[in-house]
Design a protein around this ligand. Structure first.
Ligand code: FES
Length: 149
């Protein structure tokens, strides 16, 4: 015979399993690489302030600018592929993953796990008019910058 207490426990176990499955579905696969990205227009350099890191429309990429120039990196968390998002501003700007709490610095370096690899960076170019293109097919070292005037 089943008691009320065991029914409650079974319900709790069910909810934990369902919640875990939902989180896995939202995050994709373990050890996922960056989301696929082609050539992406990212506006004009005059609109990108130094010290910022921002989404590029609905594309799976962030565009940053620091004292060295422009850089771009995936929004795909290196833990299980959830979408990361910028958090904070100025000196406290970081990148946060809402799935399991990983935190990255503004350049994609891991500050807190469970992620244990940095965010992937992509090449960036700027034409003579200041129009920015992110080249999703070309991964670059995290120190790579595209100088801007
Ligand atoms: S997917 Fe787990 S911390 Fe980002």
């Amino acid at each position: 015979m089943t008691t009320d207490a065991s029914l409650l426990l079974d319900r709790r176990r069910f909810l934990v399993v369902v919640a875990g499955a939902a989180a896995t579905a939202a995050c994709g696969n373990a050890n996922a690489g960056p989301a696929s990205l082609g050539e992406v227009g990212a506006g004009n350099v005059k609109d990108v302030t130094a010290g910022t890191l921002q989404p590029v429309g609905s594309e799976p990429v962030l565009l940053g600018r620091d004292s060295g120039g422009l850089y771009a990196m995936t929004i795909s968390c290196t833990h299980q592929g959830c979408d990361v998002e910028p958090s904070g501003s100025g000196a406290s700007l970081t990148v946060y993953c809402p799935c399991h709490g990983s935190q990255f610095d503004r350049n994609g370096g891991v500050l807190r796990g469970p992620a244990n690899a940095p965010l992937v960076h992509f090449a960036v170019s700027v034409d003579g008019s200041g129009n920015i293109t992110i080249h999703g097919g070309t991964q670059v070292d995290a120190s790579t910058r595209t100088a801007v005037a």
